[in-house]
Design a protein around this ligand. Sequence first.
Ligand code: ZN
Length: 203
Amino acid sequence: MKLICIGRNYTEHIKELDNERPSEPVVFIKPDSAVLPKEQDFYIPSFSNDVHYEVELLVKITKVGKHISEKFAHRYYDEIGLGIDFTARDLQAQLKSKGLPWEKAKGFDGAAVIGNWLPKEKFKNLNELGFSLLKNGEIVQNGHTSLMLWKIDELIAYVSTYFMLKKGDIIFTGTPSGVGKVAPNDYLVGKIEGEQLFAVKVR
Ligand code: ZN
């Protein structure tokens, strides 16, 4: 199973990190060992002093496919979810400045929170969904799928040009603005349309 992550998919987040607006999606992969086991606390790794949360809408792939066209992309997923793409921002900045891959900053153990899944039929329009991240009870990120530069079906078409999608693969569709640092004892809760899908304690 692989986690395919999209970077820079929301204009406001591109601005807050001072990044260039991409002409095509930014893609990176986290290994399956990055998945934080359910009900486990997230431990800030020793190699970073600036780990950020990034709440993201997730899509779970249900069957094998490559070169999937946007028109047929909806046949490749039944469920959506919510998760966190934890990022060692200090390490990522170092790697970026040298033009090196981000994996160490994004793919470390526990760096991928995956919440509960919801059937996509539950929603009328997946491109009109609100989601949020609360830190210690306060909303720190508010996202809306209508603001994604590339929508779910476009992302599936795009990534499947490069990577064969397999059953169980998960796409992280990028974070909206509001990313920030976590500290020990923070409590992070993620919601789609008000429904809680995960809760994580930071250590
Ligand atoms: Zn991200």
